[in-house]
Design a binder for this molecule. Structure first.
Ligand SMILES: C[S@@+](CC[C@H](N)C(=O)[O-])C[C@H]1O[C@@H](n2cnc3c(N)ncnc32)[C@H](O)[C@@H]1O
Ligand code: SF4
Length: 334
């Protein structure tokens, strides 16, 4: 029997972070003041090996996981990632995808596709080069990411989804230009409300541009209508252009929390399992892997973690920032 948690939610999705490192310093995720030269990233030996990740992925599949997302940090900075993709793509009945900042896609898209990846999500917060360079804080030009998105589409990674985090006073003017640009190219754009993940981005509710406002801004210029969700637990609310030219998604994790349908677990790069993006502590699987535990023992342990789960942080967060020390998004995987 596949486990249900204390709120009757099954375990359906697993996000696997393959590294806590990144070549960007997005201001809302890895601000330079915190993730500077002296920041201690995980040691290479601490990272799960590709074999360990594959073994865990198979165990999670046996517990009911249907969808696997590779993330980070920036997953494409992990060396030979294609080898891992090949191993995971060979697992039956798993929908495999990956989230990337797109900076290395021009070089890597075709190899990822050949290894068995079918689709991809690219994060991009603005088409305005000055705004984008300021947001990634690594002076990375927007054109290289746009080229990466086209390389992904050309390699057959489809659909390409594009994620845009909207932060008040920083990139809300990019909402409509982004909508127009990706609508014209047939890629699905998804807007994400800026979230209070981690403890370092200094989040305040005032910085959030709400889903309602995002829809309103687009609808004024490109009329929209709502679309029913594809399945229970789909995180993005769907809207389509009334003229039939495609759709967008909105991930309203702050203003319309979707905890009651959350079927996701997260595996950090060093093998800690988390049952919520806002968790303060994980459960160690690497120790079990490296001390000779059997698959059945690991499976039982994960089952126990899942059945004890009662997380619904986003539904009960207060509008004022906040309390316990949470784990960083770049560590746990977005
Ligand atoms: C942590 S990143 C990891 C994968 C990859 N480096 C990337 O940027 O796509 C995953 C996603 O989380 C989003 N993200 C990071 N910090 C966020 C925050 N504070 N609020 C909302 N989304 C955030 C990013 O924009 C990205 O789409
Ligand atoms: S959002 Fe992605 S690209 Fe940006 S700093 Fe975080 S991990 Fe890196």
């Amino acid at each position: 029997m596949n486990p249900l948690d204390r709120l009757n939610r099954p375990l359906r999705d697993l996000r696997i972070s393959v590294t806590d490192r990144c070549n960007f310093r997005c201001v809302y995720c890895m601000p330079k003041e915190v993730f500077g030269k002296d920041f201690q990233f995980l040691d290479r030996k601490a990272l799960l090996t590709f074999e360990e990740i594959e073994r865990l992925a198979r165990i999670f599949r046996d517990l009911g996981v249907e969808k696997l997302r590779i993330t980070g940090g920036e997953p494409l900075v992990r060396r030979n990632l294609e080898t891992l993709i090949g191993k995971l793509a060979a697992i039956d009945d798993l929908d495999l995808t990956l989230t990337t900042n797109g900076s290395l896609l021009v070089q890597k898209a075709a190899r990822l596709r050949e290894a068995g990846l079918k689709r991809i999500t690219v994060s991009l917060d603005s088409l305005d080069d000055t705004v984008f360079r300021a947001m990634n804080d690594a002076d990375f030009p927007v054109q290289r990411v746009l080229d990466g998105i086209e390389a992904a589409a050309a390699a057959g990674l489809s659909p390409v989804k594009v994620n845009m985090v909207v932060k008040r006073g920083v990139n809300e003017h990019s909402i409509v230009p982004m909508a127009r640009y990706f609508r014209d190219r047939g890629h699905i754009l998804r807007f994400i409300e800026y979230m209070d993940v981690g403890a370092s981005n200094g989040w305040r509710m005032d910085d959030v541009v709400t889903a309602a406002e995002i829809v309103q801004r687009i609808d004024r210029e490109l009329p929209l209508e709502p679309v029913d969700p594809n399945y229970r637990g789909e995180v993005a609310q769907r809207w389509r252009y009334r003229d039939g030219c495609g759709e967008i998604g909105i991930i309203a994790s702050v203003t319309q929390a979707f905890c009651r349908d959350c079927t996701r677990a997260r595996l950090s790069a060093e093998g800690q399992i988390y049952t919520c993006l806002f968790a303060t502590a994980g459960h160690d699987l690497r120790g079990m892997l490296r001390s000779g535990a059997s698959n059945a023992e690991i499976k039982d342990f994960v089952r126990g973690v899942w059945t004890a789960r009662a997380d619904r942080y986003s539904e009960i967060r207060s509008a004022h920032t906040v309390r316990n020390r949470k784990v960083e998004m770049s560590y746990i995987g977005g």
